[in-house]
Design a protein around this ligand. Structure first.
Ligand SMILES: Nc1ncnc2c1ncn2[C@@H]1O[C@H](COP(=O)(O)OP(=O)(O)O)[C@@H](O)[C@H]1O
Ligand SMILES: [Mg+2]
Length: 388
């Protein structure tokens, strides 16, 4: 190694180390350091020795000698795969080590998610009967309903980080590399028995319109098909899409399970409103049903955004909770269907802060209907009752 090469090598190693440690993948960091110790032992003995003592110190604090044994066996799997040209990491890591709250899902879907976890945990028991666990699943549903969140939760329950290959952001790194980047990702995931999520997998199909890519796209799809087929029982392969209709049927067939996510309804919505209100739940307790009716039809990601906006508004404008809730309900009105509007109108009337006239004007629901369900109007006139 000449000194220039030497420097650029060290630069690359340093950059890798920084990226790994910022992703929080501690074991990967140790593996990389162990590799660097061997690499620099003859060329840079002082550096190697320093790295080695750091490594030993961290080892006694954590995992014991297993790390060393693994680091000897594994050759190049210490660093996360990256695109050789752009030096961009191909994988995004979600390491929810501090825990993560469980996704709010309808009972049947949540049970399905839990069965995936259980099969992994009891893989040995299944294997004793010659039964394989579900190796792969595709999560389908509109944006913002908890597909990525559920994948993170599954990984967390299995004590693993979630590795995400986001197809919308890495397409250009995958194309033009004759599948080598894709293989690097899968090989790395397999070696580490990872939970790997192929997010927004429909991105492949969307590229089809671009003529120049056709050959490369075909190769990429073929490479993915092969990788899904060859995926081992030891890891869990997940994919997510908002556009199931765009997925190549040959790819679709290869997934062991399909989990369908839907826009939340009923008690899931009210539970979500409560959760997103956080510490402010005491303040808004009696308006939870009203809030749930005013966000009907929204994804949970939008519900979360609206509730956060509500909480900010209440503090910054020094608004009474009732006033803030009404403001939010009025803003949400245009996107509600007729029966949700009626429900909202009745909830609004029960607040006894607006006249029935005003509620009719806002929601288009007749005063008779409002009176029928919420009793007579407490207020004459049209305005919002002033805070006292
Ligand atoms: N089912 C859910 N339970 C709890 N929070 C949710 C749920 N769905 C969405 N959210 C909130 O919205 C955010 C974005 O959801 P995400 O899982 O990325 O949606 P998707 O992958 O389906 O587009 C989550 O991080 C979470 O804060
Ligand atoms: Mg997502």
């Amino acid at each position: 190694m000449t000194s220039i090469d030497d420097f650029s090598e060290i630069e690359t190693d340093l950059a890798n180390l920084a990226r790994l440690s910022s992703s929080g993948a501690n074991e990967d960091v140790r593996l990389l350091v162990a590799k660097l110790v061997r690499k620099y032992r003859t060329l840079r003995p002082a550096l190697a020795e320093q790295l080695d003592s750091t490594l030993k110190a961290s080892r006694t604090r954590s995992h014991g000698p297993a790390v060393l044994r693994r680091s000897m066996a594994v050759s190049d799997s210490s660093a996360m795969p990256m695109d050789a040209d752009s030096r961009q990491s191909l994988i995004r890591v979600f390491d929810d080590l501090d825990g993560i709250s469980e996704p709010l899902l309808p009972d049947a879907l949540f049970a399905h998610v839990q069965s995936l976890i259980r099969e992994r945990r009891e893989r040995d028991r299944l294997a004793a009967h010659g039964i394989r666990p579900t190796r792969s699943a595709i999560l389908v549903g509109p944006p913002g309903v908890g597909k990525t969140l559920s994948a993170r939760w599954i990984a967390n329950q299995l004590g693993k980080p979630l590795w995400v290959l986001d197809l919308t952001t890495v397409m250009s790194s995958l194309l033009g590399k004759t599948g080598s980047n894709l293989r690097a990702v899968f090989d790395h995931a397999k070696q580490n028995q990872a939970v790997l999520l192929l997010d927004e997998i429909d991105a492949i199909a969307k590229r089809r319109s671009d003529e120049s890519d056709v050959g490369e796209l075909k190769r990429l799809v073929t490479a993915i098909l092969q990788e899904v087929d060859a995926w081992p029982d030891s890891g869990l392969l997940l994919a997510a899409t908002n556009h199931p209709e765009l997925i190549d049927p040959a790819l679709w067939r290869r997934f062991d399970a399909v989990l369908t996510f839907e826009t939340p309804q009923g008690n899931v919505l009210a539970t979500a409103v409560r959760r997103f209100l956080g510490a402010d739940i005491a303040l808004f307790e009696k308006w939870v049903d009203l809030l749930a009716s005013s966000v009907y039809g929204m994804s949970l990601s939008d519900v979360e955004r609206s509730i956060n906006a509500l909480r900010r508004y209440t503090v910054l404008e020094n608004a009474s909770p009732a006033h803030a809730v009404i403001e939010m309900a009025i803003k949400g009105l245009p996107s509600l269907d007729k029966s949700s509007r009626q429900k909202l109108a009745i909830e609004l009337a029960r607040l006894e802060a607006l006249s029935h006239n005003k509620i009719m004007e806002l929601t288009g629901v007749s005063r008779d209907t409002i009176r029928k369900y919420a009793g007579p109007s407490p207020i004459k006139g049209r305005g919002i009752k002033k805070k006292d």
